[in-house]
Design a protein around this ligand. Structure first.
Ligand SMILES: NC(=O)c1ccc[n+]([C@@H]2O[C@H](COP(=O)([O-])OP(=O)(O)OC[C@H]3O[C@@H](n4cnc5c(N)ncnc54)[C@H](O)[C@@H]3O)[C@@H](O)[C@H]2O)c1
Length: 356
């Protein structure tokens, strides 16, 4: 299959215009476009412009409301609760980040919880925005049903993602732990199946709760590290659903349904480092820590140890320079969507690439 290398800035501009013509304000359309293209820049492709079609579908069919005003329904100097009223995850996220950062600048730390939301994309995007230059950022979300309790036969919660980020000095600006709480993301199973490769045992469960390597029999995903991943997914629930007063996970809607909101909950945390110690000192020790990590002796044939977010940060540098890699099928779909909305996408097909 052919791949194309696409200039990230042009891709973001194109995506912004698509959402603009779908009825979003300039600022809201920019928030969505930035979120999606950021994921592609980091090669988190499952959360990139692949989501343009389902997001637009959801807007068109009423599952993502353009009427929401994202009201703050509860507030203290260190906390806030936003009701997304079934609006867009990127818009609620942008508002939550702004409030959390402002409160953390004044009070030292803050947590903003969101209820009645929709898919908020790559958790790391929000954690990094919350972190900025001077804070530790934290973001998490519930999502539609994909996992059960250890040993159970029915799904009970989603593979609730979470991310922590911090600028660890100028050398390491994007330290970012960002993951789903399932053993692997569903996208990885689909990708292996598409390429005719075997899906390892231990990733998926069938209708009876037994291990399966057959994608067509997959009913649930296994939790990351067994009971521990289950526990962490519940911690995400605590910070998001329970603090926001949101919809309990077993009652969340499937995110692919175009006409109803997912009704997921999110949390956005921000800790100002200077509330604890001198920021420069913090960043100096974080840099030294990662320098030492990089020097760890490795087993024969293994690459140097890396910090969380390092691979994705490297991808971002390459993709900014050489373009974001999009498969031909996606490029075709985007051009078609563009034509429907009167936005020219011919630039997407300008440069074929051997990069994968
Ligand atoms: N919004 C939602 O509903 C939703 C749901 C699930 C997942 N997601 C997103 O999907 C994305 C992918 O999640 P995932 O669980 O597949 O992530 P992953 O397994 O690819 O990566 C998890 C973490 O491990 C780090 N990492 C990977 N290899 C490493 C290595 N060799 N050394 C050190 N660190 C390493 C990565 O930097 C990352 O921080 C995330 O951005 C997540 O937020 C979103």
């Amino acid at each position: 299959m052919k791949n194309y290398a696409v200039d990230a800035e042009k891709l973001e501009n194109f995506t912004q215009r698509l959402f603009r013509t779908a009825g979003l304000s300039d600022a809201d359309a920019s928030a969505v476009a930035e979120l999606l293209v950021h994921a592609d820049l980091r090669n988190v492709r499952s959360h990139g412009v692949l989501r343009v079609a389902p997001y637009l579908d959801k807007i068109e069919h009423g599952g993502a409301s353009l009427r929401s005003t994202y009201p703050v329904v509860h507030e203290t100097p260190v906390s806030a609760v936003i009701d997304a009223e079934g609006g867009l995850g990127a818009v609620a996220g942008t508002k939550a980040v702004k409030i959390a950062r402002e409160k953390a600048q004044k009070a030292g730390m803050a947590l903003v919880a969101v209820r009645n939301g929709n898919h908020f994309g790559m958790a790391g995007h929000w954690a990094m925005k919350l972190a900025g230059e001077d804070c530790i950022g934290f973001a998490c979300s519930t999502t539609d049903l994909t996992m059960g309790a250890p040993g159970s036969r029915e799904p009970f919660l989603g593979n609730n993602p979470f991310a922590f980020a911090v600028k660890a000095g100028d050398k390491y600006p994007e330290f970012c732990v960002d993951m789903a709480t399932s053993t692997v993301a569903m996208g990885k199973c689909k990708d292996l199946a598409k390429r005719g490769k075997a899906i390892p045992s231990g990733w998926m469960l069938d209708k009876d709760g037994n291990d399966t390597t057959d994608l067509s029999k997959c009913y649930m995903m296994t939790t990351m590290a067994g009971h521990k991943g289950f526990g962490i997914a519940l911690v995400v629930e605590l910070f998001s659903t329970f603090l926001a007063g949101g919809v309990l996970s077993p009652d969340i809607n499937n995110q692919d349904l175009p006409d109803v909101p997912e009704l997921s909950s999110q949390a956005f945390g921000c800790i100002r480092i200077s509330a604890f110690r001198d920021l420069t000192e913090f960043q100096k020790s974080a840099e030294e820590y990662i320098d030492r990590l990089h020097k760890l002796p490795m087993r024969e044939g293994m690459p140097a140890a890396r910090y969380p977010g390092e691979i994705e940060y490297g991808n971002k540098q390459i993709n900014r320079r050489e373009g974001v890699v999009l498969p031909e099928t996606l490029v075709r779909d985007l051009i078609e969507i563009g034509a429907k909305h009167g936005v020219d996408g011919s630039f997407l097909k300008q440069r074929e690439t051997d990069r994968q």
